[in-house]
Design a protein around this ligand. Structure first.
Ligand SMILES: NC(=O)c1ccc[n+]([C@@H]2O[C@H](COP(=O)([O-])OP(=O)(O)OC[C@H]3O[C@@H](n4cnc5c(N)ncnc54)[C@H](OP(=O)(O)O)[C@@H]3O)[C@@H](O)[C@H]2O)c1
Length: 324
């Protein structure tokens, strides 16, 4: 099969399309003929060697995919060959075939396209577990979302609305903010042009946001922390802008909390909550409350160009690799 292979830690331009043997499923795994896979920012971190998992070389990156089941391990009970599934992977999505643990796979609703299914799980589930189970956002609260037009950011906007919150979207351009508005954001802040802290104070009548969803970090984190209301919670999701330090005194003064949220630990330790998240999200999708956004597709040989879109901050919504 063809796969986009990483043989040394580095940039997307160092990946190579190669012919390799197809992987064989273990007893609890299924083999999938990939139809489409999604590009996540984490793929760019993984090939640099800076991600939580560092696979042995050679490996194909790619954290999620949609495809057709071609073979089931002996212990698999929920799937059969021919089923169309969406899967969370450790890696291996930028290839014509992959294997995935049964527990990480879900049937795709008939009316959901391959491109949407390939990009549904990580974006929506990461945001859902963070907002719903970690921060416990309540209806009527205010949710501030940074990077609000990005892969995970846009899902956070929609989930905030589905849970009955007022959503303030923050992004770096008018074009990106317009996308967040189309996906339900009530208020918009261009944090490249304006002070995040001052705008949140103005928009909330001085009270601040109850929850902040932050996949950006870096210098924005400090302003986001200052934008929290009494009892506010900031969700530490990612660090595309750098890893911030948290001054403990700023948490104490208003009884604020900083909460890490990693999808990986829900996969490993709370599969029950993760499954509940997927059920709620697919229900919302069927009800039309979620409108997954795929703005660009690339063929398998152009995975490096697709990753560069994210690294150069041009991506909006999801970028998908069409494999079959
Ligand atoms: N904790 C979890 O479970 C979990 C799950 C999935 C992803 N993540 C993390 O979330 C982060 C975002 O992932 P993603 O796939 O959503 O990425 P993405 O689609 O590229 O979105 C990232 C957003 O961050 C903003 N940004 C600010 N500074 C940036 C910079 N220097 N370079 C690129 N973007 C920058 C951009 O919006 P503006 O231009 O509007 O600022 C962009 O829309 C990553 O760190 C990823 O590892 C965490």
């Amino acid at each position: 099969m063809r796969a986009m292979i990483c043989r040394a830690w580095g940039a997307p331009s160092e990946l190579r399309l190669e012919e390799i043997d197809a992987p064989q499923p273990a007893a609890d795994q299924i083999r999938i003929r990939i139809l489409a896979s999604c590009v996540n920012y984490a793929d760019t971190i993984m090939i640099k060697g800076h991600y939580q998992t560092r696979p042995d070389f050679p490996f194909a990156p790619g954290l999620e995919a949609c495809g057709e089941v071609t073979e089931c391990g002996s212990a698999v009970t929920r799937f059969k060959p021919g089923d169309r599934v969406m899967a969370m992977l450790g890696y291996g999505g930028f290839a014509e075939q992959t294997v995935a643990s049964e527990i990480d796979c879900y049937n795709v609703p008939d009316s959901m396209s391959d491109e949407i299914a390939a990009s549904f799980l990580i974006g929506y589930v990461s945001s859902h577990v963070a907002i719903r189970w970690q921060a416990k956002l309540e209806s009527g609260e205010t949710l501030l979302v940074l990077g609000a037009s990005g892969g995970v950011g846009l899902t956070a906007v929609e989930i905030g609305k589905a849970l009955g919150a007022t959503v303030i979207a923050g992004a770096s351009s008018a074009e990106k903010l317009d996308v967040a508005r189309q996906h339900g954001a009530d208020e918009l802040i261009n944090y490249k042009a304006d002070s995040l802290k001052e705008r949140v104070a103005t928009l909330t009548g001085g009270k601040g946001a109850n929850v902040c969803y932050d996949p950006v970090g870096g210098e924005l984190f400090d302003q986001a922390l200052s934008s929290l209301a009494w009892g506010g919670r900031i969700l530490v999701i990612g660090f595309v802008g750098g890893i911030p330090q948290i001054p403990a005194n700023r948490l104490l003064v208003k009884n604020r909390s900083a909460m890490g949220s990693s999808l990986r630990y829900y996969r490993e330790l709370r599969p029950d909550l993760l499954r509940a998240s997927v059920e709620e999200l697919t229900g919302w999708w069927r009800d039309g409350k979620l409108k997954p956004l795929v703005t660009q597709t690339f063929p398998l040989e152009q995975v490096p160009a697709a990753m560069t879109e994210l690294l150069e901050r041009r991506a909006i919504g999801r970028i998908v690799i069409t494999v079959a």
